[in-house]
Design a protein around this ligand. Structure first.
Ligand code: CTP
Length: 406
């Protein structure tokens, strides 16, 4: 694909050459267009060297019509970083430099923006209004992410990582963008589950009580499971979401949520509902062990002596559903591995009688617990294998649903 990378004047501009490099590596042709302020953060020489093409910065050079010839050349325009200024200009039809003029001329073709700015600026109603306007025109936003910002504070405003932006671009080639400017693989009737299908999803951590005020838990946020429930509901399924403790909320007429705390409660809820389901995706991070006894009062310190907890194994929900499963049901498990990833995942798939296993490798940056992104390999029992780039958990959920449920 012929991609134009637009760069505006934010500190994250230093990551733009890396994005260009990743796109070139993926086989795309790239040309860059930068604002004058962008060149305070990244040099012309760098951008021309990594892209292998002349940089477009000046509306009045090259016969004054380069914004038209460049528009005709490009098949996709990606602005990374996109400052509040360029977002505001495009939303209001202002074309006063090379990049903003190109953006207005580029209508009718896919545009992706990776906003980056201070968190107060991002939260400002003017910026949010402009973002909503751009999304309503089909411009797709990647990020911003939450994290430490260049100004020293933490909040939402950090540009998505180049790998994530590149991943979104590759997906954009294949996936459609809905009117809200968000990825939508499921909008078409062929991408709906059969009428009346019911799916079980487990999500989040489990808490295993030690006494009346303490528990053993884990860092699972529930984000992946909630995104799966949403993607299944968007595809027309009735969803039984069995979730461990999480602050997340979800509101969809076809999602029925059961909140549980411990692995044994999740086991009871999941095994009860599974016989009525067409399939199940178990993404919960279930504690493998629980204290053998739970005190009904707060345990007291016992002087300077250490404390020993006696643990017993919890039931394996996934393996139990694997043994209950009929030929008509689809069962999907997750595997979070740190080494021998593929071999371990394959072993789990067979041992627990699964149809698919979704492998997360903790070696991948941006994948795993707590973060908003993920990178997975979906392995099927029939030998199928689908690897995703780094994407948001919502996008990963859509890919999984497409692979296992449609
Ligand atoms: N799972 C489950 N019930 C459990 C434990 C895990 O349903 N008691 C499910 C998870 O929801 C996930 C998959 O099993 O889909 C993870 O498999 P598992 O073998 O438990 O992974 P690990 O706990 O990482 O196993 P190991 O310690 O063997 O690596």
């Amino acid at each position: 694909m012929r991609i134009i990378v637009g760069i505006t004047g934010g500190i994250a501009a230093y990551k733009a050459p890396e994005l260009v490099r990743l796109l070139k590596k993926a086989g795309h042709e790239v040309r860059c267009a930068a604002t004058e302020h962008a060149l305070e953060f990244v040099t012309r020489v760098t951008l021309e060297t990594v892209s292998g093409n002349a940089l477009y910065t000046d509306l009045f050079a090259s016969g004054r019509t380069e914004h038209i010839s460049l528009k005709d050349w490009g098949e996709m325009l990606v602005v990374a970083p996109a400052t509040a200024n360029i977002i505001g200009k495009v939303a209001n039809g202002i074309a006063d430099d090379a990049l903003s003029t190109l953006l207005l001329a580029f209508s009718g073709k896919p545009v992706i923006m990776a906003p980056a700015m201070n968190c107060e600026m991002w939260a400002h109603p003017a910026v949010q209004r402009n973002i909503a306007t751009l999304k309503s025109w089909g411009i797709r936003m990647v990020g911003p992410e939450e994290g430490e910002l260049a100004c020293g504070v933490s909040g939402v405003g950090r540009m998505a990582e180049p790998e994530q932006i590149a991943g979104a671009i590759c997906q954009g080639e294949r996936l459609k963008v809905n009117p809200e400017g968000e990825l939508n693989t499921l909008e078409n009737k062929d991408n709906q589950v059969k009428k009346g299908e019911r799916w079980l999803v487990t999500a989040g951590p489990t808490y295993e009580r030690i006494d009346s005020v303490r528990f053993i838990g884990n860092y699972s946020s529930g984000k992946m499971g909630f995104a799966l429930a949403q993607a299944l509901a968007d595809a027309g399924a009735e969803v039984e979401l069995v979730s461990g403790p999480t602050f997340l909320s979800i509101n969809h007429p076809r999602i029925h949520r059961t909140s549980i705390e411990s692995a044994r409660e999740m086991y009871a809820a999941a095994t009860e509902v599974f016989p009525r389901c067409n399939g199940a995706i178990l993404s919960a991070a279930v504690a493998d062990y629980r204290p053998s006894e739970c005190a009904d009062h707060k345990l007291k310190k016992n002087g300077s002596e250490g404390m020993h907890l006696d643990l017993v194994q919890n039931p394996d929900i996934l393996a139990t559903l694997g043994s209950m499963k009929t030929d008509k049901q689809t069962l999907v498990g997750f595997a979070l591995e740190t080494d021998n990833e593929e071999a371990n995942a394959q072993r789990k798939l067979e041992k627990k009688n699964l149809d698919y296993i979704v492998l997360n490798s903790l070696r991948d940056k941006g994948a795993g617990f707590g973060v908003d992104t993920n990178k997975v390999t979906i392995i099927g029992r029939n030998g199928s294998r689908k690897e995703s780039p780094l994407l948001t958990k919502q996008e990963i959920a859509k890919l999984i649903v497409e692979e296992v449920a449609l």
